[in-house]
Structure formats: C-alpha cells, structure tokens
Write a protein that binds this ligand. Structure first.
Ligand SMILES: [Zn+2]
Length: 500
C-alpha cells in the first residue's frame, strides 16, 4: 500500500474520466442516432452515471489522497502538470462538496421539466406557460449561489461554473467598453448602402454542401482517424476521449452559410479537443480551459479565418466549381461582402460578427438583474423587447423571436452566455498575437495552408488543456489579460472596408 499519492490520485481521476467519456458517448448518441423512444431510459442511465461520478469525486478516499498530493506538490513550478492537476482537482472537488445532493436532484428534475416546457412554449410562443418552471429554475440558481457565500457578487458563483476564476465585475468592465463602441459602429454601418447576400439563399444540394464543409475541416487539420462528423438538429462537438472527438452538422438546402460556417466553428472546437498534451490523458486537465477559451478557438476559425478574404481567395473558385449555376456570376468580392453582411436581427445564433455581442449583453444584464431580484421572471418578455430596441433597434413581434429563443435558461445554464462574447474578444486578441508571430499568415491562408496557424494554436493554447484559468492563459500568451480593444479594432477595420 505504499503507492505514490499522485499515482493513486491519477488512477481515481482516470475512473472519473472514463465515466465522463461514457456519459459523453450516451449524450452524443442521444442527439444523433437514438430512436425517440429511448429518451426516458437514456435519461436515467445518464443520471446514474453522473451520480457515480459525483460520488467518486467527493469520496473520502479521493479527498484524503488529494490532501497528500497537495503536500507532495507544494514547491513544484506552478505550470507543472502535477501542480496544475492537484489545483484543478481541488477546485472541482470544493465546488462539488459545497452543493447539497438534495439540490442536485431538485435541479436535475426542474431543468428536465423546464426544457420540455420550454420546447412546448416555444412552439406556441406562449411564455406564460413556461414562466412558473423558469421561476423555479431561477430560484434554484439563486440558491446555488448561496452555497458559495461570501462572494463579491451573487452572479460570481454562476459565472465561475463556466469561467473558473473570472469575476462578474471583470466581465461588466469588458462589456461596457464593447457596448459603446459596437453600438456606434453598427449605427455608422447602417447609414451605408447595404451589401447583397441574396445569392446565399438559393438551392444548394445537401450532399455537395456536406462534402465542401468536410473538405474544409480536413484542410484545417481535423484527423478523421480520431474523429467523425454526423448530422444533428443543432451542431455540436463532443469528446469521447483524446482520440475520439466528434462534430455534427445541420445542412439547410436553401442557406449556404449556415452549415458551412457552423462546420468550421465545430471544427475549431474539435481541433482544440484533439490538441491537448498526451501527458494529460485521462485527467481532468484533458479538457478546455473554460467555455470562453473554447469559444475563442471555434470563433477564430469560423470568423477570423473562415470569413476572411484570404480564405476565400483559395476556396471561392472551388465553391464556384461545385455550384456553378448558383455562383458563377457572383464575383469573389461580392461573395466576401455577402457572407459578412451586418444587419441587426432578432435571433442571436443568426447574428453577424458586429451585432452578436449585443445579444449577449442583453442576456447578461437580465440574468444579473434576476439574480439580484431587481426584476422577476414575469418581467422578462417586456424587458426583452425594450432592450432589443435599445441595443439593436429591432423589436420582436412575439416571444419565440425574443425571450424564448434560447434553451440555456430552461437547462439552468444561467451564467453561460457571457462566455460567447468573451470568446469573440479572446479570438481577436490571439489573432493580433498570431499575426505578429506568423507575419505571412495571410499568404498561408490564401493558399489553403493552415499548418502554421494550427501549430501556433497547439503550442500556445491547445497543449495546456485546463492547466490555466482563462485570464492566466490569455496573459501568458498575449502579455495582457482579456482586452476588448483588439476585437474592436478588428471589427472596425474589417467592416468599414466592407461598407466603404
Ligand atoms: Zn461554439
């Protein structure tokens, strides 16, 4: 029984990793191939595995072992794998032990019912029928925060679940800067003649769209021996293990950009998951640093690469060959402008780069006000319309195009939305750094060569997995914590040129 505590800890965490892999596979199957009738049993199978994972992570054996490891790793460099493993495990164990199991069960039930009621409410645009279930979920999220007192802000514990270490105040400061500048940029652009994008909404056969997207993802560096692509109602990426990362795509026959950019987006998530150091295998470090860092990777590929002119210098002739009837008469410049059209819209997931963050700011403001009890759930539909008008100058005619559009709140994910906007911000911050490190980056991209970019991302971001918190990682790589300025510079340069 003289086993080294660190080896013992890794063995225990390896089991948790395996359970999580099983859970991911069940979840992936649920959203791809499972027959509808399997839902109920799948739900209980997944709940059982979650429970076993939780028990293992909070067991006396693991806690005792963790304490010994903390002594053993004191004095190690703070970027060493073992030091980070112990630090990250402690963070997760502390979080889990503060949450009473009674709350976990109640929350699981409330969000399962919540999502079902949300779907129904959405199909009939009937917010009042969803309201009592959302009230329950919001109440449970307030209770969740109370387990982490004292805190600076009631929203901190919610944010921390998705963005370890980040504070509400930091996010608010970043968003204040973004908001002012983005609102004025959108106003300026709205006074310019609108660009045409109608050619994107013709009939594009599904199999050809699928092939093109897969080809792009291959060139990005997606390894088909360690991943696959399937179809699902909403695109997502799932990691079953270090050598099994899966993306999904939804092809709309009358919308060329939807599948194309979401495939590149999911490809970006997948490359991150495929790039962790092999030394982190079967540990809690073999995952992304946070949701914002994850989103920075997907957005970087989708927008900074996929919506750039250089990218289409290489790919547009191929796309025209694939769809001659639809695109032969659309020049590259018109195509490039079309895929970057800016237009304030009602639906977050369909919004462009210039307006996207404002959708997030609206949600964050409402979430914070809900947590602070400054507003109540029943106020949401009205406030949504008011704020949409204030932020974007558009007003939804019903709640489907307003407060009911996202599943997040029904799933209890209050605290998640800011990670999308932070991902945008970080992607541009990294991009400025990459451009300095790879001066001929544009040339590479315009020749369809992505190895230099992927290598940079692997060395600077991917390999570290979850060793560092977001701010720590961004600072290590760029020299400064999260900074909204590069994103604002990027937007202004790109869109004033497009709308000149
Ligand atoms: Zn994403």
């Amino acid at each position: 029984m003289n086993e080294n505590p660190l080896d013992r800890l890794k063995a225990l965490l390896g089991e948790v990793y395996d359970l999580n892999a099983t859970l991911s596979l069940l979840g992936w199957d649920q959203l791809t191939y499972m027959p509808g009738g399997g839902a109920e049993e799948r739900g209980s199978a997944m709940a059982t595995i979650s429970r076993i994972m939780h028990l293992k992570l909070t067991s006396d054996e693991l806690l005792k072992c963790l304490e010994e490891c903390e002594k053993q790793t004191t004095g190690l460099p703070d970027d060493s794998d073992d030091y980070c493993l112990v630090k990250v495990t402690r963070r997760e164990v502390t979080r889990r032990t503060r949450i009473p199991s009674k709350w976990v069960t109640e929350f699981a039930e409330a969000t399962a019912i919540g999502q079902d009621k949300w779907e129904r409410a959405k199909s009939t645009s009937d917010f009042p029928c969803f309201q009592p279930y959302l009230e329950k979920i919001i109440e449970l999220r307030r209770e969740y925060a109370s387990f982490f007192q004292p805190y600076d802000h009631i929203y901190d514990p919610l944010l921390d679940e998705f963005e370890p270490g980040l504070k509400t105040r930091d996010v608010q400061k970043i968003f204040e800067v973004l908001r002012e500048d983005q609102v004025s940029l959108i106003r300026e652009l709205s006074e310019k003649p609108q660009v045409d994008s109608s050619f994107l909404y013709q009939y594009f056969p599904e199999n050809a769209q699928w092939e093109f997207g897969s080809g792009v993802v291959s060139s990005m560096g997606f390894d088909w021996n360690r991943g696959r692509e399937d179809s699902s109602a909403h695109p997502f990426t799932t990691t079953i293990g270090m050598d099994d990362v899966r993306i999904t795509t939804r092809v709309l026959p009358e919308n060329l950009s939807s599948a194309l950019f979401s495939t590149i987006h999911e490809g970006g998530h997948a490359l991150y998951e495929l790039g962790f150091s092999r030394k982190l295998k079967r540990t809690p470090l073999a995952t992304g640093a946070s949701m914002a860092v994850h989103e920075s990777q997907s957005r970087l590929w989708e927008n900074l690469v996929g919506r750039s002119r250089s990218f289409w210098v290489h790919y547009y002739p191929k796309l025209q060959l694939l769809f001659p009837a639809q695109l032969a008469n659309v020049p590259l410049d018109i195509f490039y402008k079309g895929i970057n059209r800016v237009e304030p819209s009602l639906i977050r997931t369909e919004s462009d780069e210039a307006t996207y963050n404002l959708h997030i700011m609206l949600r964050l403001e409402l979430e914070i006000a809900l947590m602070e009890r400054k507003i109540e759930v029943r106020d949401l539909p009205g406030l949504w319309k008011e704020r949409m008008n204030e932020f974007l100058g558009v007003i939804p005619k019903d709640d489907v195009h307003g407060v009911l559009q996202d599943i997040h709140w029904a799933g209890g994910m209050v605290g998640y939305f800011p990670t999308y906007a932070l991902g945008n911000v970080i992607s541009a911050q990294l991009w400025e750094c990459i451009q300095k490190n790879i001066p001929d980056l544009d040339d590479h991209i315009s020749q369809g060569r992505f190895e230099p970019l992927l290598d940079w991302l692997r060395v600077n971001i991917h390999t570290h997995g979850a060793k560092f918190e977001t701010q720590e990682l961004v600072k290590r790589v760029t020299g400064t914590p999260i900074d909204p300025q590069p994103y604002l510079r990027y937007l202004r340069t790109k869109f004033t040129e497009i709308y000149s």
